[in-house]
Design a protein around this ligand. Structure first.
Ligand SMILES: Cc1cc2nc3c(=O)[nH]c(=O)nc-3n(C[C@H](O)[C@H](O)[C@H](O)COP(=O)(O)O)c2cc1C
Length: 386
């Protein structure tokens, strides 16, 4: 039996298999609300057999959006469209999950299909999408050409921690069964963690982990005991003077003590636009797999592997090698939302469409039989089927 298709239980969450659709921002919200695009986009993955489907990074406050199209959970009015998505995912057999995030100094970007995909400009403002002032631990821009963020006052940091808790409450009320905190990709939590971006003198600078830990506590207070909590990290800062792996292990142990269950081992979206100088920092597939295994052993957390996991066999290999407990498949699932049910066939688990939607099954069985019969007739007549 392929491990990829063994059921997965964590706290009170039961997933039919270990294939996870990771959060993938669509920039298609309307005034911070999830739209019909989100419903259609996400339900395809549930119908395709994924075990857990994550809603994209959902902002805990309006300043923390990446683009004007980002969705949020900073107000109760934003719950209802997300609740419909959660229910639709559940109806199609997937665990409904959601990621909460705040982009910090990376806020105020163009949608990636508009302009050059950089910070919002005057031209965007004239077209109805004005830039806004981003916030960060310290007033340090991402790089040349980026606006300088406003350094958060200590009291604002405290109120942001509260906002994370409030958004977790709304995610609970929307009916999600798993929640992920976005602590990666050079966004706000990562900015507090990294010495490159956190040069504060207050307690959130003296202890760079403090913000992350207080967010974990605030979220766990609102997130029910029987629902698992995921935490996304970037495995490496990929920059000189950045966060080291030893610190990551320490952070994960502390997060586990605060009720985090799964570390989602990502690596994309660095902390800085400055290139690494001198220090050799690997970001290869092998580095990621080995680091995920190391973090799994050192922290005792469950691990979700992610990043360029393309074939079913590669996914299965990660599980067999005990590098991961869950496998996230992002862009491959955009290309083929039926990746999980196709992977079942590739791994020899299921050949009879049993896990496809019941509305399709009989027709797919007949289709396969008809296609086989046609192929046989063609081959008997020694001609090519078109
Ligand atoms: C369109 C798109 C949007 C994404 N949005 C998010 C996001 O909202 N939050 C996040 O943590 N990662 C985001 N990611 C990263 C994915 O979750 C995933 O880590 C990445 O695509 C690597 O996995 P893959 O190689 O299987 O695609 C996004 C990726 C894509 C392609």
């Amino acid at each position: 039996m392929a491990q990829l298709f063994t059921p997965y239980t964590l706290r009170g969450m039961h997933a039919r298999n270990r294939v996870v659709i990771p959060p993938m921002q669509q920039s298609s919200g309307i005034a911070g609300m999830a739209s019909l695009w989100h419903l259609a986009h996400l339900v395809r993955f549930a119908m395709g057999g994924a075990g857990i489907v994550f809603v994209e990074s959902t902002a805990v406050e309006a300043r923390g959006r990446n683009t004007h199209g980002d969705i949020g959970l900073w107000s109760d009015a934003q719950i209802e469209p997300l609740a419909r998505i959660a229910e639709a995912l559940r109806q199609q057999g997937a665990v409904p999950a959601i990621q909460l995030g705040h982009t910090g100094r990376k806020a105020g970007m163009q949608k990636w299909w508009v302009g050059h995909g950089g910070p919002l400009t005057q031209v965007d403002a004239e077209q109805g999408e004005p830039p806004w002032t981003s916030v960060a631990p310290s007033a340090l821009p991402v790089g040349p050409g980026w606006p300088t963020p406003q350094a958060l006052e200590t009291i604002e940091v405290e109120s942001l921690i509260h906002a994370w808790g409030e958004s977790a409450r709304r995610a609970r009320e929307a009916g999600f069964s798993a929640l992920e905190v976005h602590g990666a990709h050079g966004y706000l939590i990562h900015q507090f963690l990294s010495p490159v971006t956190n040069q504060r003198q207050d307690r959130f600078g003296q202890d760079r982990m403090r913000f992350a830990l207080e967010v974990a506590e605030a979220v766990r207070r609102e997130w029910p005991e029987d629902r698992p909590l995921f935490w996304r990290v970037s495995l490496a800062d990929v920059v000189d003077g950045g966060l080291e792996l030893e610190e990551m292990v320490e952070l994960l142990c502390k997060l586990k003590a605060r009720g985090v269950d799964v570390v989602d081992c990502s690596s994309g979206g660095g902390i800085s636009s400055h290139p690494t100088q001198g220090k050799s920092v690997s970001n290869s597939l092998r580095f990621r797999a080995e680091t995920a295994k190391l973090l799994r052993e050192a922290s005792g957390l469950q691990v979700m592997a992610v990043g360029l996991i393309i074939t079913p066999q590669a996914a299965e290999n990660h599980l067999q090698a005990q590098q991961a407990d869950l496998i996230a498949v992002g862009r491959e699932a955009l290309y083929n939302p039926n990746w999980p049910v196709h992977a079942e066939v590739a791994l020899g688990v299921n050949h009879n469409y049993a896990t496809w939607p019941q509305q399709y099954r009989m027709f797919l069985v007949r289709r396969a039989a008809a296609a086989d019969a046609l192929r046989n007739r063609c081959s008997a007549a020694n001609r090519t089927c078109t």
